[in-house]
Design a protein around this ligand. Sequence first.
Ligand SMILES: Cc1cc2nc3c(=O)[nH]c(=O)nc-3n(C[C@H](O)[C@H](O)[C@H](O)COP(=O)(O)OP(=O)(O)OC[C@H]3O[C@@H](n4cnc5c(N)ncnc54)[C@H](O)[C@@H]3O)c2cc1C
Length: 491
Amino acid sequence: MNAPLIIVGAGIAGLCAALAAAPRPVLLLNRSPPVRDGGSDAATALAQGGIAAALAAGDSAEAHVADTLVAGAQHNERSAVEYLCTQGAHAIEWLQAQGVEFDRDAIGALALGREGGHRCARIVHAGGDASGARVLAALTRRVQAARHVRWRSGVEVNALLVRGDAVAGVRVRSLGGREQFLTASAVLLATGGVGGLFAATTNPESAQGRGLALALAAHAPMRDLEFVQFHPTALAVQSGVRLPLLTEALRGAGAVLRDAAGVALMQGVHELADLAPRDIVARCVFAALQSGRGAFLHCEHLGLDWEHAFPTVLAQCHAHGFDPRTQPLPVQPAAHFHMGGIAVDLDGRSSVPGLYAVGEVACNGLHGANRLASNSLLEGVVYGRRVGAHAAKSATDPLRRRTLWIADPGHALEPEALARLRRCVGESLGPLRARQRIDAARHFIGADANLAGSAQGKVALAMLEAAAARRESLGAHHWEVNEAIDATQSA
Ligand SMILES: Cc1cc2nc3c(=O)[nH]c(=O)nc-3n(C[C@H](O)[C@H](O)[C@H](O)COP(=O)(O)OP(=O)(O)OC[C@H]3O[C@@H](n4cnc5c(N)ncnc54)[C@H](O)[C@@H]3O)c2cc1C
């Protein structure tokens, strides 16, 4: 059995899985260069707030479970949540052992921040709001030093090889356009999310659901594709598809959302006000913008050491001509995180033999209908390690199966067609949904052979179909008022 375990994606989930697979040989394939060499397109590199773990005196894994279930509208897979939350403290210790230096308070204890949906301070962070980049840099160093891992960057996996009924390899395309087939004992997809399919997102533009498209082509079932989390506070600037994020930790530190007249948007809407679960805050901001009231994040009163606590936010604001210390910041919701994904069990197994998935591309039910803030980096560590170890052990011999076929998800769209798709997805799968817009979007994509035959178009259609099939409002999937009534009446 000489073929390696192939892991696709070098964000937090792929890197943790690669380390946990030792001593099994791993071939790690990634589109962008490692973060240390600059230019990583992993969402992990952009993560600001940090990692949730029940570490504070008086906090507990049970309380973290309860908050995760409330945020997820109780749509979560309870066993997946319990495993995540009970592993939280251990995951932080393990990251420290890998070289991550988390921020500390005045007495040298880990500094804990607070974010939406958490009933206490529970978020460890590094470099202020540079948590993701710091974690990614440390894990990259570890993986580059690991003797069992061979890392090839600058390659895009654009098809899966299926032998008999099992995934047995991949087809890669280099930046220069050369294609090559690579055999694997099993393939683990850790390819991240779908924000880049929306007109406005906090994600890297390249996060276009390529892992979902590969799995769809191999006939792997999906789960909960309709649930897309919108971050309520992206900086509202005309800067293209990816908008700068204003981390929720700002509201944890006391920042307040107000309309243009100064009225607090979240007052009286939820008992946690500005720290209500993200889907609720995102809908309020969206509604305020739709009705012309405007939406602004007020940070002027915080009296923070900005360079130390929020250097990333400060630099982003300055780059766009804003100063959070002296003026309110215009905000808008932007596609941020995909709760749905390739349906997997807690060991990352899809129902196609030899195909595993972990991280944002996967769905084991952990996040339910709406992710609790800062649970996804934790997911990358906890499930990345579990799934990597499992995929390494249960690898099968591909040579024993006969017929070989290529699961090809379709072409990648040219920029102009991609822009049309993004507008269509942004209008139909936003924080407030209408059946008419979803049907129109399905028709629009289906009637255009270029869009419908593309990898991105197929993922968009699968998400639209999932949204159309869910009759009730739940978590991040929210019908406009009349739709909810119609859905209830016809149920
Ligand atoms: C701005 C921002 C802030 C965030 N802040 C937080 C936070 O504070 N706390 C938190 O818990 N979560 C946060 N999140 C969410 C979290 O960062 C992501 O959910 C998580 O990092 C996803 O990790 P991943 O390993 O699954 O995917 P990613 O980190 O996105 O990595 C995917 C990798 O797969 C590669 N890839 C994709 N397709 C292919 C292909 N076909 N072939 C080869 N390579 C491919 C990409 O190059 C990329 O390197 C934030 C997200 C964003 C966008």
